[in-house]
Design a protein around this ligand. Structure first.
Ligand code: FMN
Length: 186
C-alpha cells in the first residue's frame, strides 16, 4: 500500500554525507509508489519547546503555541505514515537543528489518549565522522525511546560511519543494500 514518507534532514550541507544518504534512499524508493516529502531543517527559523504545556490541553492536534517554520512541519508529521530522521552526528548527539526539532515533538505526546505518533513508523539515517560508538549509538537509543514512548514503531537504522575518512561513494554499495532492505520493511 502506498505510504506517505516524511524525511527530516538535520544536515546543513546541501551535498554532504547525509544529503547523499537521503538521495540514495530516494533512489531506492523510486520503484515503490510511496509519496515522499522532505524538510531541510537547517535554514528554517524555529525554536525549541518552551514547556508551556498548552499542547497538553488539546489531544487531537499538535496545538503548539509557537508559530514559526516548524508549525507546518508538525502538521506534516501528523499526516505522515513514516518519518525518517536523517542527521549527522554532532558532539555525540543529533545536529543542533535536529535536536531542536525533536524537542518540538513534545507537543505530539498527549496526556489523554494516544500520542499523535501512534501507529507510525520511524527510520533513522545517520552519518558520522567516527565509528558507531562516537555518538551514533546514543542517537539510535534516543530515537528508539522516543518512538516507543509515542506508540510508534522503530523500523531500523542505516548508518554511514567514518565518513570523514572514507568517502560516501566507497560506502555506496553497502548503504544502498541496507536502504533497500529497510524499504522492504516500510
Ligand atoms: C560540529 C560537529 C560535530 C561533530 N561531532 C561528531 C561526533 O561527535 N561524532 C562523530 O562520529 N562525528 C562527528 N562529526 C562528524 C560528522 O558527523 C560527519 O562529518 C557527518 O557525516 C557530517 O554530515 P554532513 O556531511 O551531512 O553534514 C562532527 C562534525 C561537526 C561539524
Amino acid at each position: 500500500m502506498p505510504k506517505h514518507i516524511l524525511i527530516l534532514n538535520g544536515s546543513p550541507r546541501h551535498n554532504g554525507n547525509t544529503a547523499n544518504l537521503i538521495s540514495w534512499l530516494n533512489n531506492t524508493l523510486q520503484n515503490a509508489k510511496h509519496t515522499v516529502s522532505q524538510h531541510d531543517l537547517y535554514p528554517l527559523n524555529f525554536k525549541g519547546c518552551k514547556h508551556c504545556d498548552a499542547c497538553k490541553k488539546n489531544s487531537a492536534n499538535p496545538a503548539c503555541i509557537l508559530q514559526d517554520d516548524f508549525t507546518p512541519i508538525l502538521e506534516d508529521i501528523v499526516a505522515a505514515d513514516i518519518i525518517v530522521i536523517a542527521s549527522p552526528i554532532y558532539c555525540w548527539s543529533f545536529s543542533g537543528c535536529m535536536s531542536t526539532a525533536l524537542d518540538r515533538f513534545y507537543c505530539l505526546f498527549k496526556r489523554k489518549g494516544p500520542s499523535l505518533f501512534a501507529g507510525k513508523k520511524f527510520v533513522g539515517l545517520f552519518t558520522a565522522g567516527g565509528d558507531y560508538f562516537d555518538g551514533m549509538e546514543l542517537c539510535v537509543t534516543g530515537l528508539k525511546e522516543l518512538t516507543q514512548h509515542g506508540q510508534a514503531e522503530y523500523v531500523g537504522t542505516v548508518s554511514a560511519i567514518f565518513c570523514d575518512d572514507k568517502p560516501m561513494q566507497e560506502q555506496k554499495q553497502r548503504l544502498t543494500e541496507a536502504l533497500t532492505d529497510l524499504v522492504t520493511k516500510l
